[in-house]
Ligand binder design. Structure first.
Ligand code: NDP
Ligand SMILES: O=C(O)C1=N[C@H](C(=O)O)C[C@H](O)C1
Length: 241
């Protein structure tokens, strides 16, 4: 068992509640829960906190991350849809000698899927008869589209591709565009599919979350990993992949 931690759950919705159960089952304590009712919490509320786990809303994530950095509390960040500000947050982390671990997806399976995606994209770089497309499907309450995971998958393809140089929503207008299609359906925790299609055949790889438990477990593993660290980490560090 890891050292028992006093954890702040910043965002206590669908994910926050699952993370609470997993954290308690691993011997941790929840010292602070933040929702809209106490979103104005301050540095004093973070005083005895060992590590924070942030699963809130895209508009609130940056403010929450800054509060943790100013309080010297390491933070694992699950919220998606705020990544335009990542450079500022990485800069602030260095300036404050703080610790962050952002992940568009904390599940172990998805992080293995990210590696498979990069490898497949590198193989496909020489096979230009195949056209790539990403589809993500999520529950109807999801606020952002495309999903953070789909954007990470797209970045993995673009880095390894000789033809794709940007991702686009829904349709590829140019040959150099990689389309991400977003579907919303009742109760789907998160499914990501990449299709390489040609006139002759198609290759599809899919990750389908059966519940939110995998995201929650990964977030707690990440919090345990960063609790005594400084710097900028990813799930690759946690899983040593
Ligand atoms: N990285 C990953 O592995 C995963 C990421 N996510 C992402 O995590 C985020 C949260 O998902 P989910 O739990 O499903 O969402 P929910 O809508 O179920 O929960 C959001 C929570 O954030 C709270 N909140 C709202 N405003 C603030 C604020 N200013 N400060 C702190 N908390 C606030 C809400 O409060 P109230 O209860 O009062 O409304 C609620 O408790 C999303 O961005 C989602 O995309 C989701 C799953 C996995
Ligand atoms: O909002 C969600 O639910 C999820 N969000 C993350 C994302 O945007 O990729 C991760 C997961 O797919 C569930």
């Amino acid at each position: 068992m890891p050292k028992s931690l006093n954890i702040a759950l910043i965002g206590y919705g669908k994910m926050g509640k699952i993370i609470e159960d997993i954290a308690l089952s691993r011997g941790h304590h929840i010292g602070l829960k933040v929702t809209t009712s106490n979103a104005d919490y301050d540095l004093n509320d973070l005083r005895d906190i060992d590590v924070a786990i942030e699963f809130s809303i895209p508009e609130a994530a940056v403010k929450n991350i800054k509060k943790c950095l100013n309080a010297g509390v390491p933070i694992a960040i699950g919220t998606t849809g705020w990544y335009d500000d990542i450079d500022e947050i990485v800069g602030l982390t260095k300036e404050k000698d703080g610790c962050i671990l952002p992940a568009t997806n904390f599940s172990i399976g998805v992080n293995i899927f990210f590696e498979i995606n990069r490898h497949l994209a590198a193989l496909m770089a020489k096979q230009q008869q195949y056209e790539a497309m990403i589809t993500e499907t999520h529950h109807t309450q999801k606020k952002d589209a495309p999903s953070g995971t789909a954007i990470t998958l797209a970045e993995g393809i673009i880095e390894n591709s000789t033809t794709k140089d940007r991702w686009t929503k829904e349709v590829a207008e140019l040959k150099s565009d990689l389309a991400i299609k977003s579907l919303r359906m009742e109760d789907v925790p998160g499914t990501h599919e990449i299709v390489y299609d040609s006139d002759i055949d198609s290759i599809t790889i899919t990750h389908e979350a059966k519940s939110r438990k995998g995201f929650g477990l990964g977030a707690v593993l990440a919090a345990e990993f960063i609790a005594d660290k400084k710097g900028v980490y990813s799930m690759k560090d946690v899983l040593a992949i």
